[in-house]
Design a binder for this molecule. Structure first.
Ligand SMILES: [Zn+2]
Length: 188
């Protein structure tokens, strides 16, 4: 059974859908709802999720972490999804196609006992990029990361390391490290 450390209330989700929330709170609800498997599965029962996902895709506002329910919804809506599943310590050859709507990095990890998850991305000599306090499902076996498509399309051939960290009072614990050997789509 899926579980969430801090579930969203149904009326909050409905307020989000009807546009009754302020921008900052709406963004927080969006991020959580679309990223958390437990909450999005529960919200599947609300018309809000289907409609909300369609709107966010249209406006290019998908958050960086998606729940499996939202990925299924995108597939049902006919979106072209390219996926890379990577185990901790593993690596993959990856690219982005001209017709892809979404590219997903499906990072296997265990989240039992975890209270906060950060994702760190490191590419070449560029400064590392950190996504803090990501929504996650404690019962899930992966985190589904969707990098911004414009950034991905602009990326040269490079090696990118992603690390999932559990942030704990005693410090950080590595949940997994994943290597993406990226090649741009060949030009004709
Ligand atoms: Zn949740």
């Amino acid at each position: 059974m899926s579980s969430c450390p801090s579930p969203l209330a149904d009326d909050l989700v409905l307020d989000w859908w009807t546009g009754d929330l302020g921008a900052a709170e709406a963004r927080r609800v969006e991020r959580h709802l679309l990223s958390c498997g437990a909450c999005s599965a529960r919200a599947e029962l609300l018309p809000a999720l289907a409609e909300g996902v369609r709107t966010l895709v249209r406006e290019g506002r998908l958050p960086s972490v998606l729940s499996p329910t939202v990925v299924e919804r995108l597939q049902r809506d006919g979106r072209r999804i390219r996926e890379y599943r990577v185990a901790p310590g593993g690596g993959v050859q990856c690219t982005v196609g001209p017709d892809d709507d979404v590219v997903l990095a499906r990072l296997s990890a265990r989240f039992g006992g975890v209270t906060r998850v950060d994702l760190v991305r490191q590419s070449g000599n560029a400064p590392e990029e950190r996504y803090t306090d990501l929504p996650f499902d404690a019962a899930a076996t992966e985190l589904i990361f969707a990098p911004p498509m414009d950034m991905l399309r602009a990326m040269p051939a490079s090696v990118e390391i992603m690390r999932l960290l559990s942030v704990e009072p005693q410090g950080e614990r590595l949940l997994g490290e994943y290597t993406f050997n990226h090649s741009p789509w060949p030009r004709e």
